[in-house]
Design a protein around this ligand. Structure first.
Ligand SMILES: Cc1cc2nc3c(=O)[nH]c(=O)nc-3n(C[C@H](O)[C@H](O)[C@H](O)COP(=O)(O)O)c2cc1C
Length: 230
């Protein structure tokens, strides 16, 4: 219960934002005040990038366009296979594969879905394209060639949004899934051909009576990942 309060409260430091943020997968149907959204987006542009490349283009989608994009993406997911413009890695190290499998199982468990129930799992997956109920989604596109450091730059940008949102008491879910059907996004947002759809972030106020929003993905131990030299 304590965590419900925490995820909706503003925080005062980056450490606190980092420690208390986690992906939100159930949002309230509450609009984000324009001044908060603008402040957050404006700060996010301070994100670092290689040689100040700033390879990101940001589309902030709310209202009727959000609803149209959502229904078109749900239709695409129900009737076709993902065709991302970014490369989705197939081969993960065994340890990561296990972690990813465990994550899926835990999330389904919290959502009350039997892991053998494929129809229920598929339906839950579609929530990605409903932006988990968030009033706004941020789509990130780029006109750059998709090289490794462009990805890192965009990663820095995404992390800025996640932390700034947390500072303002907003929840987020970063979603590779929102890059799964780029043609739909381009069509609805009328994007020029050279813009590639990378990913998206659902953003809004977290639902507070939600088991899903209570879920914290575990992290590896300090000593397993960090080695100190002197
Ligand atoms: C680049 C990226 C893509 C992601 N794509 C998705 C996604 O498509 N759907 C989803 O539900 N979560 C997605 N996530 C959220 C991760 O599952 C989540 O960050 C991870 O499990 C750690 O949990 P936490 O964010 O709750 O701390 C993504 C996160 C990142 C950084």
């Amino acid at each position: 219960m304590e965590d419900f309060v925490k995820i909706n409260q503003k925080v005062d430091s980056i450490s606190e934002a980092l420690q208390t943020r986690h992906s939100i997968r159930e949002f309230q149907n509450q609009t984000i005040p324009t001044e908060i959204l603008n402040k957050l987006l404006s700060s996010s542009l301070r994100s670092p990038s290689w040689k100040n490349a700033q390879p990101w283009q940001i589309k902030v989608v709310s209202g009727k366009t959000r609803d149209l994009l959502s229904s078109r993406l749900v239709n695409a997911a129900q009737s076709s296979q993902p065709k991302p413009e970014t490369e989705w890695l197939e081969n993960y190290p065994a340890k990561a594969k296990k972690r990813m499998f465990d994550l899926g199982m835990k999330v389904y468990g919290v959502a009350g879905i039997d892991r053998k129930d494929k129809a229920a799992r598929d339906e839950f997956m579609l929530n990605n394209f409903r932006f988990f109920g968030a009033p706004t989604c941020i789509i990130i596109t780029t006109t750059f060639d998709l090289n490794f450091f462009v990805g890192i730059d965009i990663g820095c940008y995404v992390q800025s949004i996640l932390l700034l949102a947390r500072e303002h008491g907003l929840g987020t879910c970063a979603q590779a899934a929102l890059g799964a059907f780029p043609e739909v996004v381009k069509d609805v947002l009328e994007l020029p051909g050279e813009e590639k759809v990378v990913m998206g972030i659902s953003i809004g106020y977290p639902k507070d009576n939600s088991n899903l929003n209570q879920f914290h993905a575990p992290r590896e131990e300090f000593n397993d990942l960090i080695k100190m030299y002197s």
